[in-house]
Design a protein. Structure first.
Lengths: 410, 258
């Protein structure tokens, strides 16, 4: 994909508009799965029927015993239509728009947005649920045989946060995760990558390699220093399309094995207040740029931890700071939604770094973590649980949070 | 005429000048950092409370936070384990007359420019005394290196893979100043009173060990030492009165004639 033309600075920057965002509580089940990149439909526990749209009871046997089941999305595109008129502000600005009717092999028929790689109907397609600009699940159809990248469709690109041609800030370039992210953003053809680093007098491994990456500009940035965050936001805040906050402070301590509050406070200062400082300084400009041409502000990524869901006592204060950050990230997500800027929360299991040295594998490697983040951006996913430990804990937490709490205290 | 009225007269007429030996407290000034597994001092941070706005319409003020050993700061004997049991060893209990003393400025600029790890020796000090006279009792001895002119924090901290490289006194120099010259304390322009590599001296951190062990004080992150004469200035270095405090940021002033 070629670099989109730069914006014309004499024209008014468009304000963000969103596609219709209202959903019933039951329909949000589709969104919850899409937020993790899954396509799930209601299946009846009694008669086995799969149904769409979501309802309170089974459309075949009236049973209320329904559960959300992941689907492969395969089906037949039976007809298509192109919209040339809409009174909805979002679609009005993007006409013409293609839609089609897909008969799923699982049973129901769905109305789907069509990827431009689908050239004709009838044809075999695969549908999946993706988050649209309003953060709600919509159904998108791709060709069954051909690999189609969502971001390469000029309209569907807006549903993703693809790093290509985007201007990205990675808040901490000192860590292995930060450096892996920078390398991947560079390979994915980001236009500019700003890389923050705190305490510039402590030269860090990988500094010289980072400097050699053509898109990289290194910036002193310390998320514990409001002045530093303000100054960096003043310099680049109006240009950042994707902000990845990977700055974290991690010490492996519970309550009983460290006297005093200083270590826990340092964790809160980076992991919680750091996010707050960044959100206050970068949030407003990003919200105003939700529809800034082809390279608009699209995403805010928070590196949280699976320990945000349930406290891991050997890393107890760190877990607490990540839980606080998770809560704040939910607030940020609500505030960014009106601008169509997606807040991506990443909940990795233990990362293979010096602060998890004594934990047994499996641990997420920095490059796999970075890959999970870039893939989530490309596919428009907003909740990411990288690594085997994260996946397993998530499942246990969903099944029974109290049981997980007790298991983790062993 | 008392001594003080004559002092005031000379002060008002400009015959006695004030030289500010203090760095500005700001988040940009480097802070001391220990290996990451140790407890850390807070760096200087500042947050606005209000600025004539909805948070406080007619007033501007900030909250600031920092450790006791931030910016230009004073080290009390209780800071070091060697001085922990001495009487009146904390910033609130040190007799206030000990905050004021004559200054001897040892110009080590050339040596420090040639060697980042320059160690000041007792021999060097004795040579200085031949030229400037014996260091008086109860003096502040200030090691001038022009380190404060390294305005880029990277140069100021001067880290490499083996840690920090900055000048300081060696073991014998500290012992000489304490035992044979009975000084008040030792001051430097770099981030510590000890050299950057002083962990590898025997004992490690001799200035902290002996100076504080003998109930003497430290001043670090000083500036403008180039504006002081070798002898003849008077230094006023009064730390904040923190209960059982191990040190504090402070304003260090020097009075200079002429």
């Amino acid at each position: 994909m070629n670099r989109p033309k730069r914006k014309n600075p004499i024209l008014r920057t468009r304000l963000p508009t969103l596609p219709p965002g209202a959903r019933s509580r039951i329909a949000l089940g589709l969104t919850a799965a899409a937020a993790e990149g899954r396509f799930a439909l209601q299946a009846c526990r009694d008669c086995g029927s799969v149904q769409y749209p979501p309802r309170e009871s089974c459309g075949v046997c009236l049973s209320v015993s329904l559960s959300w089941k992941s689907q492969d999305g395969k089906g037949q595109l039976i007809s298509e239509t192109t919209l040339h008129h809409s009174n909805d502000l979002f679609f009005r600005e993007r006409l013409p728009w293609r839609l089609g009717l897909v008969k799923l092999d699982a049973g129901p028929s769905v109305v789907a947005h069509l990827h431009e790689a689908i050239r004709s109907s009838p044809s075999r397609v695969v549908v999946s649920a993706r988050l649209d600009r309003a953060g709600q699940a919509v159904i998108v159809a791709f060709p069954e045989k051909e690999a189609a990248v969502m971001a390469e469709d000029v309209r569907l690109r807006e549903f993703t946060c693809d790093p290509a041609n985007r201007k990205i800030l990675v808040t901490d370039g000192k860590t292995a995760v930060g450096q892996a992210l920078v390398r991947q953003f560079s390979e994915l053809k980001a236009e500019i990558i700003w890389v923050g680093y705190a305490e510039p007098w402590k030269k860090f491994p990988g500094f010289d390699e980072l400097k050699k990456i053509p898109q990289v500009t290194l910036l002193p940035l310390d998320v514990t220093d409001s002045k530093s965050v303000r100054e960096v936001a003043a310099e680049i805040g109006g240009k950042v399309d994707i902000l990845v906050n990977n700055a974290e402070h991690h010490r492996a301590l519970g309550i009983a094995n460290r006297a005093g509050v200083e270590t826990a406070r340092a964790e809160m200062d980076v992991n919680y207040f750091g996010l707050l400082r960044l959100a206050q300084e970068f949030g407003p400009a990003m919200r105003s740029r939700g529809a800034d041409g082809k390279a608009s502000a699209v995403a805010w990524v928070n590196l949280l931890s699976i320990y945000a869901l349930a406290n891991f006592p050997p890393h107890g204060t760190f877990s607490a700071s990540k839980a606080a950050a998770h809560s704040l990230a939910q607030c940020l997500r609500a505030e960014m939604r009106a601008a169509g800027v997606r807040v991506v929360n990443v909940f990795p299991g233990p990362i293979d770094d010096e602060w998890n040295q004594l934990l047994l594998p499996p641990k997420v490697s920095p490059s796999n973590l970075a890959k999970a983040i870039t893939t989530a951006l490309q596919n428009g996913i907003e909740d990411v649980y990288p690594g085997d430990v994260a996946q397993e804990w998530l499942e246990r937490w969903r099944d029974n949070p109290k049981a997980l709490e007790r298991e983790l205290s062993e | 005429m008392t001594v003080l009225t004559s002092f005031v007269k000379d002060f008002v007429s400009g015959k006695i000048r004030v030289v500010d030996l203090t760095q500005t407290l700001s988040p940009d000034f480097p802070s001391i950092s220990l290996p990451p597994e140790f407890g850390q001092a807070w760096p200087f941070r500042i947050e606005e409370v209000s600025r004539y706005d909805e948070r406080g319409p007619a007033w501007y003020w900030n909250n600031f936070s920092c450790g006791e050993h931030t910016g230009t700061h004073f080290d009390a004997p209780v800071h070091w384990v060697s001085g922990k049991d001495l009487p009146r060893n904390a910033v609130d209990t040190i007799p206030p007359e000990r905050f004021i003393g004559p200054a001897c400025v040892l110009d080590c600029v050339k040596e420090s420019a040639a060697d980042d790890d320059f160690l000041l020796t007792a021999g060097w000090i004795k040579k200085w005394e031949k030229k400037h006279g014996k260091i008086p009792k109860h003096s502040w001895v200030l090691m001038r290196t022009d380190w404060s002119k390294r305005t880029d924090p990277v140069d100021y901290q001067n880290y490499d893979e083996e840690g920090q490289h900055s000048p300081g006194p060696d073991v014998d120099a500290v012992k000489f100043l304490v035992e044979e010259r009975d000084i008040l304390g030792f001051g430097t322009e770099s981030i510590g009173t000890d050299a950057g590599q002083a962990y590898h001296l025997r004992p490690p951190y001799p200035c902290h060990t002996y100076m504080h062990g003998a109930g003497r004080y430290g001043l670090q992150c000083l500036t403008n030492l180039d504006q002081l004469p070798a002898t003849g200035a008077v230094v006023i270095a009064a730390p904040l009165k923190i209960r059982n405090g191990s040190g504090s940021p402070l304003r260090v002033l020097a009075l200079v004639v002429g």
